[in-house]
Design a protein around this ligand. Sequence first.
Ligand code: GLP
Length: 262
Amino acid sequence: MEVIILNDPEAVSALSARRIAQLVRAKPTAVLGLATGSTPLRLYKELIRLHQEEGLDFSEVTSFNLDEYIGLAADHAASYRYFMQENLFRHINIAPERTHVPSGLVAGPDIARYCAEYEEAIVRAGGIDLQILGIGSDGHIGFNEPSSSLASRTRIKTLTQRTREDNTPFFDNPDDVPHHVITMGVGTIMEAREIHLLAFGDKKADAIADAVEGPITANVPASVLQMHPTVRLFADEPAASKLARRDYYRWVYDNKPAWQAF
Ligand code: GLP
């Protein structure tokens, strides 16, 4: 795992955006895996700036989002489809039909078939070239809560009370946070060719330390990223503050040869 720690969340988000821009310029049909939550907001702002000011072209890009709340329609202000429209899609030239966010309105026995079709669509698109991830304070990725199988595929999950509480700021009322979600599985995420894990703030420090330096365990689903060959962690100082080897990671990054930079 390449660990990149900078003081400023803007600066570290801009680095992730720069790598995404490099990928999209080299491969205009790139498939991006996208995440929601407060963490990727700065990254999306920078992608929008790159599109508007530097002509970064998303017209042939395809996207797949990690997850969605069951029961929320696309026009619900807390739905992840709404989040993506407002914070990225409507500001760039991505083709609406090439953006995929799981539907929150599939119900009952249809969910398993719908999830299998979501997986098939990812395969048909050629697989995910670069997946953006945030991390839950309990170490979850997507909505793969602790105890999720590390081989899991897209499916329905039940949120923990802690995750529901963490997500209350996005809802009018804490009771409105759904209990159920559709999420790409840990195994699905691990098939992305490159992964950017973003983490900001001291609330993420324990999860990041466990994910990067702890044992690989389903109790911390993000820890499985240690098994992926091309993961970059983009963290600010508070999120990285509990990493035992943070001085080493800083030295490696500060002394990176220019030819390795992106
Ligand atoms: C939710 C999302 C995750 C996200 C996490 C952290 O659980 N499903 O994809 O990483 O929240 O959210 P935030 O970035 O707001 O801290």
